[in-house]
Design a protein around this ligand. Sequence first.
Ligand code: 5GP
Ligand code: MG
Length: 174
Amino acid sequence: MLIPRAEIARRIGDLGVEIARDLERLGPDEEVEIVAILTGSFMFLADLIRRLPGPLRVRMVAVSSYPGRATKPRPAEILSRLPDDVAGRHVIVIDDILDSGQTLRLIRAELARRRPKSIRACVLLRKRRSAAMAEPCEYVGFDIPDEFVVGYGLDFDDLYRNLPDICTLRSPAP
Ligand code: 5GP
Ligand code: MG
């Protein structure tokens, strides 16, 4: 076990306070849109947005980078349409984990073409490897070792998403 559930909950509470404070600074008439990257972020999304003040919109976009039983990424691919109507709004992209950074880069670039007022990114986990640490990301829950992790929404072959704690996958099946 890498991060027990109580520690996840505590950190998400702190992240919520931090993001809520930044949102309040925007002023009352600004529109905020959460864009969550599925599937791995669904549990983090559910816990985090309940810590944020409304009103805000929540959208989801499916991106695939570790298909099936892979534990090494391949090029990220957007599997569903990104929201087309983010112009003039403040967008917060939410993902489970920042690894090579290509998912965030792709999503940010695609969203930027739609002319939002701002784009921020929030990830629960960031791997301690140079590509991840170099990628701009406004909110980070935990920096973790460069290992494959599962639980709390993160999967291996769609397994282990229901684990309440974040765990290291020691020996991936061949
Ligand atoms: P990146 O595009 O930054 O390389 O990877 C981001 C995506 O890859 C994450 O949203 C996640 O779906 C997947 N990913 C990266 N590292 C891990 C990991 O350690 N475990 C799991 N389950 N997925 C990962
Ligand atoms: Mg993902």
